[in-house]
Design a protein around this ligand. Structure first.
Ligand code: NAP
Length: 292
């Protein structure tokens, strides 16, 4: 299947169905590329575009999108919490997180969903051959991405979801999203965990002050662990390199990116998303150029 990005302008018409991503900034977003790859592979006359929507203007964007017949919106920073309060109905994951990353038109108005947690779990199972059920997992971070991952792991039946974060009060609130499996922990918990996830921006660049940059000291990581860095730019962080050198199985955040987008495609179209085509669109050699 050819997934090389190509101009589709000549194929668009007055009957083309439009979806989009709202956020600020949005020009860097890979979501339209992922969505359009899916629509091409599915043979659908649909298009996805980016809409720069400033903070505080999500309500106007939803009203305008509905008036224009936009079928669905992917939602990114800074609008996820605001949109959760604006939609007509929410899925359980959107309600639990108080954040929406996907809205879809329905007969009853906008339905708000959150595909980040389920997308992360699907990427773990399908790309890292790791099933969290019954496993002890540790998540570094308590922000938006971490909260989705923690809720996803709890929902997938992890035995423990241990949260390590700079701000302890945020760690406690995030750990609660995993239900009885969630608790606040410390880096010393890492050794006993089979999954370690970095959901902070730490460890992206080699600053020359490695100790300060690591989300978790790589010396605590070992063979037999699966280590995921949610960062996907760059595709391989110094922390991932260090974890790999310790013998861990390592993956970046591309899996979560692809699977959360695939679940959005399914939500909007009611059809099975072409995950393999979407995966190749952002993990192949041509896609590497997009990340410079
Ligand atoms: P966020 O809501 O701003 O949360 C950032 C988290 O990192 C917080 O827990 C924060 O701790 C912690 N943190 C930030 N700077 C720190 C520092 N200097 N020292 C210690 N802790 C620090 O951000 P987010 O949206 O969750 O994104 C987090 C990461 O995930 C980013 O790298 C982003 O690119 C990535 N991400 C990936 C995907 C994907 O699909 N793969 C999706 C979303 C995000 P405090 O609570 O103490 O402030």
């Amino acid at each position: 299947m050819d997934v090389t990005p190509r101009p589709r302008i000549a194929e668009l018409s007055a009957s083309t169905t439009v979806v989009g991503v709202i956020g600020d900034p949005v020009a860097h977003s890979l979501s339209p590329h992922l969505h359009n790859t899916a629509f091409s592979a599915m043979g659908l006359d649909w298009v996805s575009v980016g809409f720069r929507v400033r903070a505080g203007r999500a309500a106007e964007a939803l009203v305008g999108a509905r008036a224009l017949g936009v079928r669905g919106l992917s939602v990114t920073m800074p609008h996820k919490e605001a949109v959760a309060a604006l939609v007509d109905r929410r899925t359980p994951s959107a309600t639990q997180l108080g954040a929406v990353n996907c809205v879809a038109t329905t007969d009853d108005g906008w339905l708000g969903d959150n595909t980040d947690g389920p997308g992360f779990v699907a990427s773990l199972r399908n790309r890292a051959a790791f099933d969290p059920e019954g496993e002890r997992c540790l998540v570094v971070g308590a922000g938006g991405a971490a909260r989705a991952v923690i809720a996803g792991l709890g929902g997938a039946g992890a035995a423990e979801v241990i949260v390590v974060n700079r701000s302890p009060e945020r760690a406690a609130a995030a750990a609660a999203l995993a239900g009885v499996a969630g608790r606040v922990g410390a880096p010393s918990d890492v050794g006993d965990c089979s999954l370690v996830v970095n959901a902070t921006p730490l460890g992206m660049a080699d600053t020359g002050d490695a100790d300060a940059a690591w989300p978790i000291d790589p010396a605590l990581l070992h063979e037999g662990q699966t280590v995921i860095d949610l960062v996907y730019h760059p595709r391989v962080t110094p922390w991932m390199d260090a974890a790999s050198a310790r013998g861990a199985v390592v993956a970046n955040g591309v899996g979560m990116l692809v699977y959360q987008a695939a679940l959005q495609i399914g939500r909007w179209t009611g059809q099975e998303p072409p995950v393999e085509a979407m995966w190749r669109a952002v993990s192949g050699p041509a896609a590497g150029q997009r990340w410079g």
